[in-house]
Write a protein of this length. Sequence first.
Length: 80
Amino acid sequence: MSDSTSDPLDQVADARRHEIATEHLLFGTIRFLAQRHPELLDELDRSLDHLWDRAEGAARDDAAVRKIASRIIKSLRAES
């Protein structure tokens, strides 16, 4: 029997699942904290200028990463 983690498709699926789980936990944590400290969302919003895409070359799109983060903050504001 082969190790499924050596299959590139399994590695991509595992990375995607990890990202989904991490995003869920972080979003929930920020939601919890923002309900108690509304200024947190303002601080996060101000920090977006320092956010950048780790990709290199033509794949790098800092503005797209900032837009995603901004939408997340907007969603959190709507929930509070």
